[in-house]
Design a protein around this ligand. Structure first.
Ligand code: F6R
Length: 247
């Protein structure tokens, strides 16, 4: 299904309210709530609203366990470009989540450690009961997480080589494509598809084409986000501009 809002702000408020509801429902059951989170421009206003709900409306994250989708490799945590930094700036530093409940792929490993780390990350999600909810954006290549074209439907957490287009998209914030890392550690498509509920958001006119390809096009590893079409509880959230390409 697809839900189209008037603008990004309304869409973001709605998504934040959905997440808050999942958290509260788990709290009434006395259960942990396992959230899969994304970075990038798309979720920024969602996180802003979650922070507001925490500060002004008493939403607590004490039972929340998070797993981020991806991280550049290699990258130090303190780098302004790391997803570790992004998540702390935009969300974790402003809410009452327990530090030990935050999980982000580690961009500081040495190459020889990556494989073990990836299976550890994958197992940790399972040991915590699996993802109750996953928030996604879409890259211009059709990637979700950093699962670039060619990623298989069963892929798990792993080191991937970023698509040239993805690196070009990131180049302005890195002041040049030569500064964008060549690799990333990402949850796999298979990891993401295990989530009980998924919201994938695409905002702004720039996402028009990829949104319609991913929602209306055939399922293919050439556009990894198309694999979501067969997931039993995935909602595509658009706003007026990003929805313009839909038939
Ligand atoms: C980020 C991620 C990526 C982004 C995608 C869209 O953790 O996994 O798939 O969601 O590249 O990025 P924005 O939102 O910046 O357009």
């Amino acid at each position: 299904p697809v839900k189209v809002f008037n603008n990004q702000r309304q869409a973001s408020l709605w998504i934040a309210a959905e997440i808050a509801q999942i958290i509260k429902q788990k709290q009434t059951q006395g259960a942990p709530c396992v959230l899969g989170l994304a970075t990038g421009s798309t979720p920024i206003q969602v996180y802003k609203e979650l922070v507001r709900l925490h500060k002004e409306e008493g939403l607590s994250f004490h039972n929340v366990i998070t797993f981020n989708l991806d991280e550049y490799f290699p990258i130090p945590k303190e780098s302004l470009h790391s997803y570790w930094h992004f998540m702390h700036e935009n969300l974790f530093n402003h809410i009452d989540i327990k530090k030990e409940n935050i999980h982000i792929p580690d961009g500081t490993l040495i190459k020889e450690q990556i494989e073990d780390f990836c299976s550890y990350y994958e197992n940790l999600i399972i040991e915590n009961g699996g993802l109750d909810f996953q928030l996604l954006g879409i890259g211009s290549t059709g990637h979700i997480g950093f699962n670039e074209p060619g990623s298989s439907i069963n892929s798990k957490t792993r080191l991937i080589t970023l698509d040239r287009k993805t690196r070009a998209d990131a180049s302005s914030s890195f002041y040049g494509i030569q500064n964008v890392p060549k690799y990333a550690i990402t949850m796999g498509i298979g990891t993401i598809l295990q989530a009980k509920k998924i919201i994938i958001a695409a905002f702004t006119e720039g996402k028009q084409r990829i949104a319609s390809t991913v929602i209306e096009g055939g399922i293919s590893s050439q556009y990894p986000a198309t694999f979501l079409q067969n997931h039993k509880d995935t909602l595509f959230v658009l706003e007026r501009a990003s929805a313009q390409g839909l038939t």
